[in-house]
Design a protein around this ligand. Structure first.
Ligand SMILES: [Zn+2]
Length: 340
């Protein structure tokens, strides 16, 4: 059987995907209608055209349009469900999804009700596709560490399926270091620690995430490629790099996929995973990510399966569920090899 067909059928796990960034163009029309707002587009075709990536400012424009149109907590159920439906189509079995709660609380929505809606989406997707999902709450660095502490208060009051915090937003303008105490508190609360770093900013940003925040995983981490000392440090500490290749090409963090450091990271023996970030806005999905790594960076089927296992092994699933899922992954992989 041809290898690309097998790649699509590989069991996968996704560690870095944003719920809002997974909004389908058609769903934006539904949100507008459900919110009682004038539709930004009359047809699904126009909506799809609007979502087609042009450049970074345009991406921000699309993202903010979706955020502004979300006026009901319940809308998160459909967004989460559809994100997981798309992942399930690529045989993704486990997802850790970023939920940028402060963006929506700022617009008057209730954190607890949103989390309930997200979890209804998770439950429905589990029933329909057998996919599992946990949530990481993004503190959104643009709002500052005090807001970060407030977000931890929210999580303390309600934490269903919340396993981790994340630090998204404008990395070049809002460094990680001021979040040291916030991350210390999150750790004491039993939350896992992740931060976006080394995407829009240089290696210094990753050093801060590693040294000051004590992260277990780094979102993007592209800038680490330019700092051998940092690479050594990441490897020694067993920190995972959640790469998002298509996203990085689209936002011009790297020039081309061929120049993406995911291959270097892998060859150096770092724990690296592959992810979609904002799939509907970057026109990608997990199959496309894996396929282009095969086509353009020479990843073999077994190397891609190793990436899958990396994503699962460095996930924040409880050990028992992790081993159970690992056995399923290996069984499915063996079956695929026999089909070959
Ligand atoms: Zn991201």
């Amino acid at each position: 059987m041809d290898v690309e067909h097998l790649i699509k059928k590989l069991p996968k796990a996704e560690q870095h995907v944003h719920i809002v960034g997974s909004t389908r163009p058609e769903t934006l029309l539904w949100i507008a209608e459900d919110s009682g707002l004038p539709k930004p587009f009359q047809t699904a075709k126009d909506a799809r055209r609007f979502f087609k990536f042009k450049n970074f400012p345009h991406f921000i424009d699309v993202y903010c349009t979706v955020v502004d149109f979300i006026t009901k907590e319940s809308q998160f159920e459909r967004l989460t469900y559809e994100m997981l439906e798309s992942d399930a189509r690529c045989n993704v079995k486990y997802v850790e999804a970023s939920f940028s709660a402060p963006d929506h609380v700022l617009r008057g929505l209730d954190y607890g009700k949103m989390l309930d809606a997200v979890n209804r989406g998770v439950s429905r997707a589990r029933m329909d596709f057998g996919i599992e999902c946990n949530i990481r709450v993004d503190l959104v660095r643009n709002y500052g560490p005090e807001k970060g502490m407030e977000v931890l208060d929210w999580i303390e009051s309600k934490n269903d399926n919340v396993i981790s915090i994340d630090l998204g937003g404008s990395e070049e303008r809002f460094p990680a270091k001021p979040y040291k105490q916030t991350y210390q508190r999150a750790r004491k609360m039993g939350l896992h620690l992740v931060a976006h770093a080394g995407e829009a900013a240089g290696p210094e940003s990753i050093w801060q995430a590693v040294n000051d925040l004590g992260v277990e995983r780094i979102g993007h981490g592209v800038a680490a490629a330019n700092d051998p000392e940092l690479l050594k440090n990441i490897k020694t500490r067993g920190i995972t790099i959640e790469t998002c290749p298509t996203s990085n090409v689209r936002t011009r963090v790297v020039r081309t996929l061929k120049s993406h450091p995911v291959r270097t990271f892998y060859d150096l023996g770092l724990t690296v995973s592959v992810n979609t970030d904002d799939p509907s806005m970057f026109g990608t999905d997990m199959n496309k990510e894996y396929l282009q790594l095969h086509r353009k960076l020479g990843f073999s089927l077994s190397e891609l399966f190793k990436l899958s296992l990396n994503a699962l092994d460095s996930s924040f699933l409880p050990e028992e569920s992790k081993s159970r899922m690992r056995r399923t992954f290996i069984k499915e992989y063996d079956r695929l090899l026999n089909e070959e």
